[in-house]
Ligand binder design. Structure first.
Ligand SMILES: C[S@@+](CC[C@H](N)C(=O)[O-])C[C@H]1O[C@@H](n2cnc3c(N)ncnc32)[C@H](O)[C@@H]1O
Length: 309
């Protein structure tokens, strides 16, 4: 969707995706809140995520005690409040609408989680989410798309993002679920889809790889170079041993966990023999872990980035 869509009159945008409940069903203060929003900014109206969808959003992200959950465009605060009440997390949210922020803080206090959950007035595009381990969204596509670089810049690898109904274009979800939500469409019911994205480590570039600990006759002892091209968590990889270029299969990132499979020769220049499955963890400019072949032989491996491109 282009910039023009960001400036669409709000109601037209809302009608197009069938999100707006009958005005009569919305508290007058909330109708006023929607009416106050500026048409020249990307905006999503206040529509609540159904109760069962809130629970599925938090479950798909495996929210737990140590998590800090920030809902961008937090409405009445139900998602961070449920994260604190049902899963023991802390968190909060931001919303443009001051009345909704006030209502959310009242709801948090009334639920007994006011000490762990705080809501503030703010624009989602100007929000500091560095503290979040989980970010939740129920916002229209132009906003979801616009937030992608903001989130990737701020969130640590392994953080989870869960979007209700609207996926990030060009970013394959790590998991998604579609199910019936009885509260949707003013109680007439409808489907909800939740999309989970795990923020991947940044690994693009060339890596000098070495291994140690395997029997001498099972792996070549020449310098290896791993070349990685990355689009979010999807990797395109090849590994070279001197002049020999080997195909790397099933390369994948999940947060800071990396894995790939490559059939390595026993000697440099020899034919690829056993496939080795590499698994490890990325820490900035280094990564490493354990590799195993299909006969159960193990080696430690480590890699250091030598070039970003
Ligand atoms: C569809 S509602 C979702 C409410 C809540 N997150 C939920 O799932 O129940 C979208 C909310 O985002 C807020 N909002 C829209 N655009 C925003 C922006 N640019 N910055 C902050 N809040 C925004 C609206 O006021 C509204 O409360």
């Amino acid at each position: 969707m282009g910039a023009a869509a960001h400036r669409c009159p709000r109601r037209r945008l809302v009608r197009a995706i069938g999100l707006l409940p009958a005005a009569a069903a919305m508290p007058a203060a909330l109708v006023a809140g929607v009416a106050r929003a500026q048409d020249d900014k990307p905006f999503s109206p206040f529509i609540t995520t159904p109760g069962n969808t809130v629970m599925r959003m938090l479950s798909i992200a495996s929210v737990g005690k140590g998590d800090h959950v920030i809902d961008l465009g937090s409405g009445d605060g139900r998602i961070p409040i449920a994260a604190a009440l049902k899963f023991g997390a802390s968190g909060g949210g931001v919303d443009l609408d001051a009345m909704l922020v006030e209502l959310s803080n009242r709801n948090a206090a009334a639920s007994g989680v006011g000490d762990r959950v705080r809501f503030e007035r703010g624009d989602v595009f100007a929000t500091d989410v560095r503290k979040a381990t989980v970010v939740t969204l129920y916002l229209l596509p132009p906003i979801v798309q616009g937030l992608r670089p903001v989130l990737l810049r701020q969130l640590r690898p392994g953080s989870r993002i869960v979007s209700h109904d609207f996926p990030f274009e060009g970013w394959q979800a790590d998991a998604s679920e579609t199910f019936f939500a009885p509260e949707k469409n003013d109680g007439r019911g409808g489907n909800s889809t939740v999309f989970l994205y795990v923020v991947p480590a940044e690994v693009h570039g060339r890596w000098a790889v070495s291994w140690s600990g395997a029997p001498a006759d099972s792996l070549p002892s020449v310098p290896a170079e791993l070349r990685l091209q990355q689009v979010h968590q999807v990797l395109d990889a090849e590994l070279s041993l001197g002049r020999q270029v080997l195909e790397v299969r099933d390369a994948r990132l999940a947060g800071e966990r990396v894995r790939f499979t490559v059939a390595l020769p026993v000697r440099a220049g020899g034919p690829p023999a056993a496939p080795w499955q590499f698994e490890g963890r990325v820490e900035g400019e280094t990564m490493g872990g354990i590799a195993r072949n299909d006969r159960g032989v193990e080696t430690r491996w480590q890699a250091r980035r030598t070039a970003v491109r």
